[in-house]
Design a protein around this ligand. Structure first.
Ligand SMILES: NC(=O)c1ccc[n+]([C@@H]2O[C@H](COP(=O)([O-])OP(=O)(O)OC[C@H]3O[C@@H](n4cnc5c(N)ncnc54)[C@H](OP(=O)(O)O)[C@@H]3O)[C@@H](O)[C@H]2O)c1
Ligand SMILES: O=P(O)(O)OC[C@H](O)CO
Length: 328
């Protein structure tokens, strides 16, 4: 079984670690040639999760995207959404024929405000039943440490979801599958926006009491959005939705929370971006969801709070006062 993994960051590295527990060949596309050479020579990613051992018998890094895709049954994408169009610019739909596509991305394509699987299936003519996404509370750093984790694979094609869930299950990862593809994707996008708000308010001095109220309100906000934009029967309190929100809102590893925390302590957006070695997906998603909500008109005070601070230079104190008044 051949699997192509696209992306060279922490999540791609963690997913490769999980997959290499199985009897598979991993064809790994990274844009960074220095990293490729380092991985070939030292069997570690030099810039992300550098402690993870990358077995050369199972993993082969590629500079050419086209070569990396040849003879693979599965394609797994793990690049922050804002860079996907650029990274896949040379790709031709013919390269993806008869392949199943799984998104590890928790963001939206900024130029289109589309979810990654919607954008991908449209652009590369992939049948929806062959598309999926990885959901659930799972930080790459904990995968690297082999801490017990849980992932949910979502696809409208039940067989796709089931097969990929089986592939991702290993000693330290338990998997399950569902068919609510767009539901988990929107929920994952939203949890990043909430994590930014958690970070901002924490950075401004809010305590655990406030954070608990914000996360509870956030779950209601996510539910309102997801029910409107992707109506379906779903158990929103399960780990694919609520669990993912909780880990991002509370974990020391959360990129979005860390980014928000810097803003709450008075950093400008630009300075916070320069300080971060990794990408906070919620920054881009906040604008996408805010734009979509001009039509949807869902009540989303946490989204509006985050959007004001990120994109409108809204004063922190006044925005916080407004948010406090909206939460219950
Ligand atoms: N990290 C996690 O725990 C985790 C868990 C679940 C889901 N996710 C999702 O996984 C996705 C990837 O996140 P990540 O955590 O792996 O990000 P990351 O560690 O910050 O890595 C970012 C990756 O994007 C690449 N990149 C940056 N600019 C690029 C560009 N202009 N063109 C092409 N590639 C570019 C970087 O390449 P260079 O190194 O060459 O700059 C790097 O490989 C996100 O959607 C995130 O929400 C992450
Ligand atoms: O918690 P963050 O902001 O690092 O996001 C990473 C993943 O989406 C967590 O499941």
């Amino acid at each position: 079984m051949n699997i192509t993994v696209i992306g060279g960051g922490s999540w791609a590295t963690a997913l490769i670690k999980i997959l290499s527990e199985k009897n598979v060949k991993i064809k790994w596309w990274l844009r960074d040639e220095v990293a490729i050479n380092h991985i070939k020579k030292h069997h570690h990613n030099p810039s992300y999760l550098s402690g993870v051992e990358l077995h050369p018998s199972k993993i082969k890094p590629y500079k050419s995207l086209k070569e990396s895709l040849k003879n693979s049954e599965w394609v797994l994408l793990a690049i922050p959404a804002a860079f996907i169009e650029e990274a896949l610019a040379p790709a031709d739909p013919a390269w993806f024929v008869d392949k199943k596509f799984i998104s590890g991305v928790k963001g939206m394509i900024p130029s289109t405000n589309l979810l990654v699987t919607d954008w991908f299936s449209e652009k590369y003519n992939i049948p929806r039943e062959n598309m999926g996404a990885i959901a659930g509370p799972c930080h790459a750093e904990e995968v690297a440490l082999e801490k017990q984790s849980y992932l949910t694979i979502a696809s409208e094609g039940e067989k796709t979801a089931k097969d990929f869930a089986e592939l991702m299950a290993c000693r330290f990862v338990k998997t399950s599958y569902i068919t609510d593809l767009n539901g988990v994707e929107y929920s994952a996008v939203m949890k990043n926006i909430v994590a930014l708000a958690c970070g901002i308010t924490h950075g401004m001095g809010a305590g655990d009491n406030f954070q608990a109220v914000m996360v509870s309100n956030a779950m209601l906000e996510i539910e309102r959005l997801v029910n409107k934009i992707a109506p379906s029967e779903r158990t929103i309190n399960s780990s694919a939705y609520l669990g993912d929100l909780l880990v991002t809102a509370y974990s020391q590893f959360s990129r979005n929370r860390t980014f928000g925390n810097m803003l709450g302590r008075g950093y400008s957006v630009k300075t916070a971006q320069m300080e971060m070695k990794m990408i906070a997906e919620g920054y881009y998603a906040t604008k996408c969801i805010h734009e979509l909500n001009k039509t949807l008109k869902v009540e989303m005070p946490i989204l509006n709070f985050t959007y004001g601070i990120l994109y409108k230079n809204a004063p922190l104190k006044k925005s916080f006062e407004t948010l406090k008044g909206k939460l219950i």
